[in-house]
Design a protein around this ligand. Structure first.
Ligand SMILES: *Cc1c(COP(=O)(O)O)cnc(C)c1O
Length: 396
């Protein structure tokens, strides 16, 4: 592979992994320590406690040395048994991937169909649950921000729909792309199981993921003898007598050192400020895309502006143009990494990740590089995306 020499900073605008701040890298730059020694055990207790603040939950957190797919499997295998039925609102490609995993574990999945350019409707969930008079549906698997189309789902609305239908289904939510870009209130919204990962809003290197389970989910997991599992098993991980079981073996120490730094940084900024920064930067990206789109060659994937996420923006290109060429140009000429298209939009879209360690000036760089990339790739665009972003950022 030939690699050209790149100077300056690489802008990693993929929707995971994201730019890792030096403070997190530095926190990890240290020797390993005894993972069964008192220092590490105290540190680990502190990390588990601080996760409750992050998820706004008194539930029990679990930490896996795995990417997000690991936590997906953990959530399914603890709470569900082979033959159980779940409902999967079709938020986008990620809903289908989580469903695929559940099916591989012999869980029966029913998709609640939805086009991939609009948010799912809580009323549809209510209607489907109302028809399930025998309460066969054990859980709803819901993706908060679907990273394929950049659309955010209304979690509180889905919980209200479950209430309205007077249905006992558990609500299990994938916050992998939304955590720490968007407010998330696990307990207040009545979420039973949350799934998350470190390499997006938490700004960590890939390799760490999380589940948080409330008492109801923990009790179900305790009784769940039918689903084979070992590494993921919550019962084992809660064995207080044997500390090493908390991580099912050697703890991923350095990722946890990084996590401590990440949570410190987010608390110092203030969670509310973190969310409003993401919302502000996302609006600026949306404004730039609206401007470029006036040419007619590209458009927002998410048709309703109010449903666009704080985390990632998916842009559809007219089929005459090749998004891979645009990404190659952006990478090779401008040292910026963009997300590929996924699912239905695989061959004619690209994605801009705007989560984690990002500020206005970085965003101008990103949008400038993309605008230049559009020009070099000869994709018609209406010039002035950056000006639209400046207008947006100086208005709020
Ligand atoms: C990134 C992502 C995943 C997958 O996470 P991995 O760490 O790549 O396994 C799952 N769900 C959502 C919503 C994501 O954004």
């Amino acid at each position: 592979m030939s690699m050209s020499v790149q100077r300056g900073w690489n802008f990693l605008q993929t929707p995971g992994p994201t730019n890792i701040p030096n403070r997190i890298l530095n926190a990890m730059h240290r020797p390993a320590i005894e993972f069964l020694g008192p220092d590490f055990i105290n540190f680990s207790d502190k990390i588990f406690a601080s996760l409750k603040t992050v998820f706004k939950s008194q539930g029990q957190p679990f930490i896996y040395a795995a990417n997000g797919h690991g936590a997906w499997e953990a959530a399914i295998s603890n709470v569900l048994a082979p033959g159980d039925m779940v409902l999967v609102p079709e938020t986008g490609r990620f809903a289908l991937s989580w469903k695929y995993m559940a099916e591989m574990l012999h869980v029966k999945c029913e998709i609640l169909p939805n086009n991939h350019r609009e948010a799912i409707r809580p009323e549809d969930v209510a209607q489907r649950l109302e028809r399930d008079t025998e309460h066969n549906i054990k859980a709803i698997l819901l993706v908060h921000v679907d990273t394929s189309n950049g659309i955010a789902a209304d979690i509180a609305g889905v919980r209200a729909a479950i209430h309205k239908a007077k249905h006992p289904a558990l609500l299990m939510v994938d916050t992998i792309a939304s955590l720490m870009t968007t407010d998330y209130r696990m307990d207040e919204w009545g979420v039973d199981v949350t799934v998350a990962a470190g390499q997006k809003g938490l700004m960590l290197p890939p390799g760490l993921s999380f589940c948080v389970a409330n008492d109801k989910a923990l009790a179900i997991a305790d009784d769940n003898k039918a689903m084979p599992r070992s590494y993921w098993d919550w019962r084992d991980r809660l064995d207080k007598e044997v500390f090493y079981k908390a991580f099912c073996g050697t703890a991923p120490e350095h990722l946890l050192f990084g996590l401590e730094a990440a949570i410190d940084m987010l608390l110092e900024e203030g969670f509310e400020n973190v969310f409003s920064r993401h919302a502000r930067l996302a609006r600026a990206v949306h404004a730039a895309v609206d401007k470029w789109a006036e040419s007619g060659a590209l458009e927002h994937c998410a048709v309703n502006p109010g449903e666009r996420s704080n985390s990632v923006t998916t842009i559809l290109l007219n089929k005459a143009y090749d998004p891979l060429e645009l990404r190659d140009i952006c990478r090779e000429r401008f040292n910026i990494g963009l997300g590929n298209g996924m699912g239905q939009f695989m061959d004619h879209s690209f994605r801009i990740g705007h989560m984690g360690d990002l500020n206005e000036a970085m965003l101008f760089g990103v949008l400038g590089a993309i605008e230049a990339g559009l020009k070099l790739a000869r994709i018609p665009y209406s010039a002035g995306g950056i000006n639209a972003a400046i207008d947006s950022l100086t208005r709020d």
